[in-house]
Design a protein around this ligand. Structure first.
Ligand code: ADP
Length: 230
């Protein structure tokens, strides 16, 4: 297996009349922290859905953590997602009335582990994201930044090697954004590969690698630009 967590080669995604992604090549190594940045409609979500194995490309090949996605059945894809990829979204996706502890513990519902153990793991993970004092709060009792940290705790519960965050600070004020970005950096320092989709150029520019996408094509990649010295 290679050290590549993500390997896209010649990936195109077409919808009737629209090419959302055109011939995209992208390699992400284990342990990277990068932003995919671009204006609305440029293909960021399509790219995230393909990397997250939620959508299949029209053509081209996709390898995630060494697995050739084209060869996997839908069941195989679900298994790959469950073990390899954590997802974080702009809108948190937390159910009303569900306490932080349960929202996170429910992520282990199908793990076959007993409730007490699921709760203990959820507690540890909430402490890891700095929410040890908010275990019993429901979403309406949490700030936006805290809600996003609960969502991140749920996403990293099984310690997936890859975390995909779609506009994770899009619904947050600037102070909460900083806290969430710092948490994502911290997870990256502990070994998780983190891909952040954003239209915020300041956030993107503050990350070690920035992949700019426009009209479904990679317009600029700060990593490959450094490698070829442009
Ligand atoms: P972004 O996330 O950068 O805003 P998207 O990946 O959502 O961009 O969209 C890229 C292009 O593909 C847009 O022109 C969009 O209208 C089109 N598109 C995305 N999803 C679909 C779909 N399910 N059906 C048809 N067109 C789509």
């Amino acid at each position: 297996m290679t050290g590549h967590v993500i390997e896209l080669a010649g990936v195109t995604k077409s919808y009737a009349g629209t090419t959302a992604l055109a011939d995209v090549d992208l390699v992400v190594e284990r342990g990277e922290l990068l932003a995919i940045v671009g204006p609305s409609g440029s293909g960021k979500s399509t790219l995230l859905n393909i990397v997250g194995t939620l959508a299949r490309p029209t053509s081209g090949t996709v390898r995630i953590d060494g697995h050739l996605v084209d060869e996997l059945s839908d069941r195989g894809l679900s298994a790959l997602r469950a073990t390899t990829i954590g997802f974080v979204f702009q809108s948190f996706h937390l159910s009303p009335g569900v306490r932080a502890l349960d929202a996170v513990a429910d992520g282990l519902l199908y793990s076959g582990r007993p409730l007490r153990e699921r709760r203990r793991t959820a507690e540890d993970t909430l402490r890891r994201v700095g929410l040890g004092h908010r275990m019993y709060h429901e979403p309406h009792q949490l700030s936006g930044g805290e809600k996003q940290r609960v969502a991140i705790a749920r996403a990293v519960l099984g310690d997936p090697p890859l975390l995909l965050a779609d506009e994770p600070t899009g619904a947050l004020d600037s102070r909460a954004s900083l806290v969430v970005m710092e948490l994502l950096r911290e997870l990256n320092r502990s070994g998780t590969t983190v891909v952040i989709i954003t239209h915020d150029r300041d956030i993107a520019a503050g990350l070690p690698r920035e992949v700019r996408i426009k009209d479904g094509r990679i317009e600029h990649d700060t990593l490959t630009a450094r490698q070829v010295g442009v």
